[in-house]
Write a protein that binds this ligand. Structure first.
Ligand code: GTP
Ligand code: SPV
Ligand code: MN
Length: 583
């Protein structure tokens, strides 16, 4: 088979000449094709069948033990000028990048099948959607891309019509960490990824295309590609506000996007609708508001911590037709992870060894599930709307054990951009490296912005123009800890209380007090009824620590200065204004 697009046929031929596969397979996305791939992976041990009675049509994949997360130190943006990639990216010249990657790809598919995956990011009929083609030698990648994107014949038809597409070339190679690179060539709309089979490194439609390449396109075309969930919050009157929220990897997007309101709210008629849990593309509509789509079709979610109590919607979603990567299993082959809290015990850990509680966790901390969004009970019908949904509020948030209160509101758009740009968060297991180290992660895009952050902040500021009806901007922190080292805020379903305040601010009905960092609720402005918050919790979640913020603003100032003269003056002025008002 081939396509009606010469440029695509030629690229596939060129790649095949370089990589020398035994066979070429063009994916049509059909059930028959998927069944055959799954059977093949079951036969060679790539997939292990889970308990058919409790988890129909579900699979366990155990990755290479050194290939369990994104590798930021091996991820590059290749632009002709290093300054265009910025201090926020590792850089290589396009010539060197191609040379290094092509040497790795040379002959790497001998004995393997080359799969051609046409995919569409976003509803197939949406003007906001964008297409790509991933070439891979990994059937696991094909099966995951089929869940995570609109993959196959319909996407190919759109690509043939449009004539252009993002090119992604992937091989698992030898899974040798010393022969592993993920490179982006934004000016050529090209991605080359070698040596890893893990999600963010290998499912190229996701972070590589929908964030790094798309952020580059978005800047040129006047839109935004963001690491954000999108949810609809329906109130008892039946009105729905859409909220987009950027939290760094493994900091709560999936959980917030699928929230089930706490007791009392549920009965009153509050409801959360899930549009997306990881990526948001948005652009100004004719009425001046920002309209957002979720470019993905599935969830690649963190398994550990997912339980009937923390995220019942996610648990319901993964009961069938799911792929579990690096979880433990029970004696009767049910998936298991730390925090699943279902009364069962693991027999085997994620490496396939007998589980020994004294040694290490059963599931890898970055174990994931891959599942179609359509299986989620809270999945919004609006997620398939080609026009997208209007955004009423943008929420930034990080994992901050100290200083940062539960929630505050930015005074205006420029202040909101500063709040996003100065986000800090403690690192998690989603990326290789040390966990729990506080770093700046602007807009949760540190690992994903495909160009210089200084230009990215300027792009954000540029949305504040005549006729724009921009969302209000907020900052939240679910992860503040008390002197006993425990989380002070119950989180999960109770985060609805904060969303209620946010929507109240949008509608002009909720109160707040002015502090140097923005507008903060007092305890009386948020419904805390039924919660058991101690004195320390109340004062830290709702207080303002002047000395602490003084130091924080200084640190934000020097962080922004690291970007040199490209940093927008308006952002530095905003930082100076706030630093001064703290005193
Ligand atoms: P990526 O898929 O990596 O982009 O992550 P994500 O932002 O979707 O993170 P996710 O919702 O999967 O949450 C990751 C971890 O944070 C899990 O271990 C959750 O249990 C935990 N978490 C999520 N929400 C809350 C919360 O409100 N409070 C607390 N304490 N933990 C939370
Ligand atoms: C993240 O790390 O932010 C994820 C998982 O959502 S991955 O697809 O691997 O990037
Ligand atoms: Mn993510």
């Amino acid at each position: 088979m081939s396509s009606r697009l010469d440029a695509l046929n030629q690229w596939v031929l060129d790649v095949a000449r370089l990589t020398r596969p035994d066979a070429i397979h063009w994916c049509d996305g059909s059930d028959t094709e998927n069944d055959a791939l799954i059977a093949r992976m079951q036969a060679d041990g790539t997939l292990i069948k889970l308990n058919e009675r409790t988890h129909p049509d579900s699979w366990l994949h155990r990755s290479h033990p050194d290939d369990v997360a994104r590798v930021e130190h091996l991820t590059f943006v290749c632009t002709s000028e290093q300054d265009d990639a910025g201090p926020n990216n590792h850089w290589m010249s396009p010539v060197d990048g191609h040379a290094q990657m092509d040497a790795l790809f040379d002959g790497c598919m001998v004995g393997r099948t080359l799969y051609v995956i046409p995919y569409c990011m976003g509803p197939i009929d949406s003007p906001l959607s964008r297409c790509g083609v991933e070439i891979t030698d990994s059937p696991y990648v094909v099966a995951n891309m089929r869940i995570m994107t609109r993959m196959g014949a319909a996407a190919l038809a759109r690509i043939e019509r449009e004539g252009s597409f993002v090119k992604g070339l992937h091989s698992t190679g030898e899974l040798d960490p010393d022969r592993r690179f993920i490179m982006h060539f934004p000016d050529e709309l090209t991605i080359k990824s070698y040596g890893s089979g893990y999600g963010g490194n290998a499912l190229l439609g996701k972070k590589c295309h929908a964030l790094r390449i798309a952020s580059h396109q978005a800047r040129k075309e006047g839109w935004l590609a963001e690491h954000m969930l999108i949810l609809g919050l329906e109130n008892p009157q039946g009105q729905t506000h859409y909220i987009a929220a950027a939290f760094p990897s493994a900091c709560g997007k999936t959980n917030l996007a699928m929230l089930i309101p706490p007791e009392g709210y549920r009965e009153a008629g509050w409801r959360v609708w899930t549009i997306g849990d990881d990526i948001c593309w948005m652009r100004p509509g004719e009425d001046g508001r920002l309209y957002a789509i979720n470019p993905e079709a599935g969830f690649f979610g963190v398994a550990p911590g997912t339980s009937e109590k923390s995220n019942p919607n996610a648990l319901a979603t993964i009961q069938h037709d799911a792929i579990f990567t690096n979880v433990g299993v029970t004696a009767d082959n049910q998936p298991w992870w730390e925090g699943i809290d279902n009364g069962q015990q693991p027999a085997t850990d994620w490496r396939g060894e007998p589980y020994d509680p004294a040694m290490r966790p059963a599931a890898h901390p970055n174990a994931r599930f891959t599942v179609s969004a359509k299986q989620c009970p809270s999945y919004s019908p609006m997620a398939e709307d080609p026009q997208g949904v209007p955004i009423s509020a943008i929420v930034f948030g990080g994992r901050r054990a100290s200083l940062v209160p539960l929630v505050f509101e930015a005074r205006d758009w420029t202040h909101g951009v500063l709040v996003g740009a100065s986000m800090g968060s403690e690192t998690t297991a989603a990326a290789a490296g040390q966990v729990g180290v506080m770093r700046r992660d602007p807009m949760a895009m540190k690992p994903f912005c495909g160009y210089n952050f200084a230009d990215y902040f300027a792009h954000w500021l540029s949305f504040d123009r005549d006729g724009a009806k921009l969302p209000k901007v907020f900052h939240v922190n679910w992860f503040r800890k008390g002197s006993d080292g425990k989380f002070l805020w119950p989180g999960f379903g109770d985060n609805l209380r904060v969303l209620e305040w946010i929507v109240g601010r949008v509608e002009g009905t909720a109160g707040a007090v002015d502090t140097p960092i923005g507008l903060q609720p007092t305890e009386g402005d948020i419904n805390l009824g039924g919660l058991d918050l101690g004195e320390e919790a109340r004062s830290l979640l709702f207080g303002f620590d002047r000395a602490g913020w003084q130091a924080e603003l200084e640190s934000i100032g020097s962080y922004l200065e690291d970007y040199g003269p490209r940093i927008p003056v308006a952002l530095m002025e905003e930082q100076a204004r706030i630093a001064k008002s703290i005193g």
